[in-house]
Design a protein around this ligand. Sequence first.
Ligand code: GZL
Length: 354
Amino acid sequence: MKIRILSMFLTVALLTVPLVACGKTAETDSFDGIYEDEEYVETDEDVVVVGFSQIGAESDWRKVNTESMKETFANAEGYELIVDDAQQKQSNQITAIRRFIQQEVDYIVLAPVTEDGWDTVLGEARDAHIPVIIVDRMVDANNSLFTCWVGSDFLLESKKVTSWMNKYFTMQGIDGSEINIANIQGTYGASSQIGRTSGLSQAVRDNGWNFLGAECGEYTQARGREIMAQFLNKYRDINVVYCENDNEAFGAIEAIEAAGRKAGNNIKDGEIMVVSFDGVSDEALDKAGEGKIACIGECNPLHGPRVLEIIENLEAGITPNKFEYVDESIYSGEDRITTISVDGQSYYVTVLNK
Ligand code: GZL
């Protein structure tokens, strides 16, 4: 595609949030959304321009996800990527999508902050004949409003982690009635929060665990720390905390240690078990290897290559699968558990060395 000369949008574009251009920067030669000497310049006629509406930078996962997209498209011949950081706000994502439509990009990639509220703007993209690819979390919208989706099965992630927990407690001779578990949730309404919370609820019911309560941690370390401190004051018998991403878990561990307690698997001796999701940073995997995080449900952030393959197929007239789930593992430092079972399916555990 083929950015047209869009000087007519000059006023609008200059009033909107400056685009972060990946692959090229304002100092390099022309690129959509970049102005040189007040003039909006045409790009190479054969360039496929992709507008990516990213949620923000709330977690290590999100940063790796953004880097995967930037790196993939920076190295892809004939593609240009525009990345818009929505600072966690759906309204900013909607504004970004409308700006991409004005710029007549070839494709829009959306990482939706929550599931609801997308029908109108996705309808505008459809009316502009711009294919939309949804990545990571899901949208609760008519399937005709987007070309395809690629992401994780968040409920399966949760079932893997809770299956590991149940196997561990059984191995240790701990009855479900002795488990007092609290939940630090992700961003309310995000598919990852919905799936991970739902999986925990099912496990609490199936295994007879005592559910103490839940608070929204927004996937951030700061909120994880604040909430865990509240849990420690409110629930004197807490012995497991279920965090819906690693950054919340890091914060929870800080709070546990600040209270003079220990994050670990030996809950019979007063330690507090921490479980989590993502597994994208050395810090998370190190904490799992040393047992500060008992188990991590992997959440694969490397969507760049998948999105590029989808767009290359679309450019070649090949219809992609409507829904594509990424393969994910489960990490732990506990070497006595090497497999877990979910709904009759067995999964290997990636055992990390201490
Ligand atoms: C999951 C993703 C979640 C991660 C968090 O696919 O949406 O958002 O688990 C991130 O770390 O903030």
